[in-house]
Design a protein around this ligand. Sequence first.
Ligand code: TRP
Ligand code: ZN
Length: 874
Amino acid sequence: MTDHSQAMTAKYRQDYQAPLYWIDSLDLDFQLQDPLCRVTAISRVRRNGEHNEVLALDGEHLQLVSVSIDGVACEQYELTDNQLRLSNLPAECVLTIVTDLDAAGNTALEGLYKSGDAYCTQCEAEGFRRITYYLDRPDILARYSTRITADKARYPYLLSNGNKVDSGDLDGGRHFVQWQDPFPKPSYLFALVAGDFDVERSHYTTQSGREVALEIFVDKGNLDRAGFAMESLVNAMRWDEQRFGLEYDLDIYMIVAVDFFNMGAMENKGLNVFNSKFVLANPATATDGDYHGIERVIAHEYFHNWTGNRVTCRDWFQLSLKEGLTVFRDQEFSSDLGSRGVNRINNVRTVRGPQFAEDAGPMAHPIRPDVVIEMNNFYTLTVYEKGAEVIRMLHTLLGEDAFQAGMRLYFERHDGSAATCDDFVQAMEDASGRDLGRFRRWYSQSGTPELTVTDDYDGDSGVYRLHVRQHTPPTQDQPQKLPLHIPFDIELYDEQGAVIPLQYQGQAIGNVLDVLEAEQTFVFDRVPVRPVPSLLRDFSAPVKLHYDYSEQALAFLMRHARNEFARWDAAQMLINKAVFDGVTRVQQGQEVELSATLLAAFVAILDEASLDPALKAEILTLPGEATLAELFEVVDIDAIHRVRDAIHTRLAEAFGPRLAATYDSLRLTGYQVVHADMAKRALKAVVLGYLAALDAERADALVREQYGAADNMTDTLAALQVANSHLLPCRAALLADFEGKWAQDGLVLDNWLRLVGAKPAADVLDEVKQAMSHPTFSIRNPNRLRALVGSFAMNNQVQFHARDGSGYRFLTDLLIELNSINPQVASRLITPLIQFKRLDEARKGLIRAELARLQGLPSLARDLYEKVSKALAQ
Ligand code: TRP
Ligand code: ZN
């Protein structure tokens, strides 16, 4: 056993204590040079109250050069692995700390590191301690100034937060720039970038007339890929003024795109650092999906300027205060600008798939976690996506006006300070007058609640009753669960699809029912016929719904529900029933059969002339195998795969000649990133997939033709995906052609890596291993790694879970290597290895053996240690 007692200690939310010292200002001086960069940090320290406690500054991977207090050299310090401890400080003092650090050797991409030829930083959550010794916690708000000195030819741009206040040339070909950020901020929002870039420039005039310079820095030669990001930024700035009344507050807003980045992007004050994947796009290199991702992430980071930066988090347990709220805001932005229905569908897919899986696994935690070993492990689907659902429920309960009143009160109370999730709910409660007492449990309780609904109807009295039972199964972190406040949005339809008004004894009842108790009955009268209920409309709460719908009722809702989401949701439920049924049949050696009702319902969707093709595409896209696995207590990987495949083929047969006709009707000339065209391309891709299931020879010709004629990356990749997933004869040639064309372009090549990882054939690992020696592949680049290995481990269920354990062994070998290179990325890739509870015993045994191998490593990083030990405790 390794001794993890020092570094592996858990921290508890309950143990929060106000800091012993404040830091009011921090003046940083960076000498960027080889081999080590020198950082001088001058802080004004102020004791918090009367005490004589040690000032314990965080610091990791630093070489201390000197410490002085009020200008006098200090030797009386204690230095450990991760702290610099100073005693007997006066009530106020100026502390000067000089350290050296190795940016070029920093492969963890946390702190100050090199991405290609540029220097950049990533400080959230606890990366600032790799830059200097500091109180690296978000409730320490200081005014920063940053002076950067570097070689002028290699690093013409020297950037940091705030406004540029000075610059000049120095001896030896060096130069400096000095920045000043007028807004006090926590250390995690600090940023520095130095390098040579092309710059896309624009400007924005805010509602109140403030002029803001907008600058996007990209690698040289990429200027033709920066325009869409700039448009998205301007749209986000305008939207936040119009919908939330929030304006930008500095004279300049900068975004830098870098190739080496652990996550999507980072909202550093005035200087966002982005994964280049969420900046760079033109029609030749980016898909419609990539464009949407850029719009979303640019907006997300921009929205953090208020929800995150102006009001920040008191401690990291409160992370959802900024992330849940900011995801909600970016979802609303995307929905207001594009299709609300399609956006909702895709957000719900994420919650019902990967987020529910997280709840069911060993890392289950509330959106406001109670205990953390490595904070980087809590940038999760639960904190982000379920966190956004919790904000959305507040919005549903309060309505737009009261919700916005709550936002205004929140900013009135907390602008310029570090707040808690409870502060946010309190502002919503006070502004709206609604009792949110029970609602607060969403912040403290983990797991996926289940709503079981039954109903009865009395034709004589016209009374209809809905009986709702809520129950949250225990999770690994929390055995006991309490009832929650669940907004339950419903609608009732008569046989013609007309809405039956909700009422009781002459009183109208709103669509959103307040489920508060473990069991509750809702009564409606003047219901003229037995209604078809549309339940949990728009996924009004992040719960699993159980209601015994007949196939006829689901087919009816697919056709008649008034809301796009409800139609899609009915289709999902119909498919889920068929999969459930099909797996049983396959396990008994029978064929998969689909009912005439199901087939007719799906054919009707394809035939419905007035339906948005984007929605058609969503409805006709079958749920992924990982999502389907959520339906089962014991997951039969191979049976699910076979059944999903069979359903796809049966549907294709039912569509028949409609497929080719639809495909032809969707051809476009010229590429535009507008909803109507994106919708057609999406449907065309889905239809091509069905064609491949129907007639492989014909599909092979069509795929070759589409690939050859495509003037955009969306159609190109749609062709490749069908070739890959159906192993069409053209697969090898087209993949090789694509690889040849884009071998030099990492971001585009990621698509090829994803296809290789997803190859549905037993030799996939040979191809994956070969791709790892591609000159553009690097284990140090998180994008490359996630594209290839992520696609194999998350989107290739059958091969990753191969019975001989080869998939598990491959991933574990890689994680062992990554453990010392980039633990944060390793910890994200391990997900499919820790969520094994519902697999069969043989596979569980294989996985446990691999996890034990990881656990035995002499220097397992905290990130992996936390997950591996929880997984093995299952
Ligand atoms: N705060 C960032 C966001 O959601 C995400 C983030 C957290 C991050 N930790 C990071 C980004 C580490 C890069 C690296 O917008
Ligand atoms: Zn965020």
